[in-house]
Ligand binder design. Structure first.
Ligand SMILES: [Zn+2]
Length: 301
């Protein structure tokens, strides 16, 4: 039998008619359980503000970990892209302790399910739990591959607005990371990622004709730099512009129409893939109005 007096100090049950009390028994029990958990975690519990926070339900979402930073001696600040929440930042308490309950779930670009609680007055959410859905251990533990992942992580972290759901970017990051893990190479996946990020962002220039004079490029190279939007022909190019040859533009055409995991890498694709990746990263930097910190690491891997 449920006893109303048991919770009378915590919730609205005091002075309620017996009938109402019985009906709301389940709700009250849930609140009591939450109160106990909270007490256990925090040691003490009092005040109306705490009570309000207690009642905020935990949210659950499939997510990709974008970045983590140490916070204090024991905690970690975590930025993640939730499939149903968009980019969110939160605190994972105790995640830096040797025996912590997060294990490898908070590695960069891990695919996880995450539970968190939002706080009305704070920007950061409180992460309660994370469960690994898919491991990218090979890529995360290899220096070269993890450099590729770091570039994807930095771009996503900087480009995605907070709390805005982005299903195409979620799928793109996941597909790219899976391919880095599966193929053991970051080069083609990163070219694909950079191309699609620019395309989804709406900053992709025309690939068939000059942005200044409108002349079709045909088989000739096109040119770009970090300061102008668009691709330019040989006549309109300015000094210091880099070339984007026909092979790179043809690869872009393939990227636009084929999924990354269906494109088989051949050595002959290497130069075009590199040019397209460089152009994509340059356009991303142009949009961000800053250099990507991880980009120069790619040169050394
Ligand atoms: Zn021109």
């Amino acid at each position: 039998m449920f006893n109303c007096a048991m919770v009378s100090g915590i919730v609205f049950a005091r002075n309620s008619p017996r009938e109402y009390c019985t009906k709301s028994a389940r709700v009250v029990i849930t609140i009591v359980l939450r109160a106990r958990v909270f007490r256990a975690e925090n040691g003490s519990w009092s005040g109306a503000a705490s009570a309000r926070r207690l009642l905020m339900p935990a949210r659950e979402t499939e997510a990709i970990i974008l970045k983590t930073f140490p916070l204090g001696e024991a905690d970690r600040l975590v930025s993640f892209l939730g499939r149903s929440s968009g980019r969110v930042r939160g605190v994972a308490a105790g995640a830096r302790l040797l025996k912590n309950r997060y294990g490898s779930t908070l590695e960069v670009l891990s695919h996880v399910r995450i539970w968190y609680v939002e706080k009305e007055t704070r920007e950061l959410v409180r992460i309660q739990q994370a469960e690994l859905l898919e491991s990218f251990h090979k890529a995360q533990s290899d220096y070269g591959l993890s450099t590729g992942l770091a570039v994807i992580s930095e771009i996503s972290e900087r480009i995605l607005p907070e709390n805005e759901v982005s299903e195409p970017m979620f799928r793109l990051i996941l597909l790219t990371t899976r391919e880095v893990e599966r193929t053991g190479d970051w080069k083609l996946p990163l070219s694909y990622f950079a191309f699609w990020t620019v395309r989804l962002g709406g900053w992709l220039p025309r690939f068939d004709r000059c942005a200044a004079c409108g002349m079709p490029f045909g088989p000739k190279p096109a040119f770009y730099n970090a300061h102008q939007a668009g691709l330019f022909c040989e006549k309109c190019r300015r000094s210091g512009m880099k070339p984007l040859h026909l092979e790179a533009r043809n690869l872009a055409e393939r990227f636009a129409n084929e999924r990354l995991d269906r494109i088989e890498f051949e050595m002959s694709m290497q130069p075009g893939s590199r040019e397209l990746r460089e152009a994509g990263l340059t356009w991303i930097e142009r949009h961000l109005e800053r250099r990507l910190m991880t980009r120069e690491l790619l040169e050394t891997t």
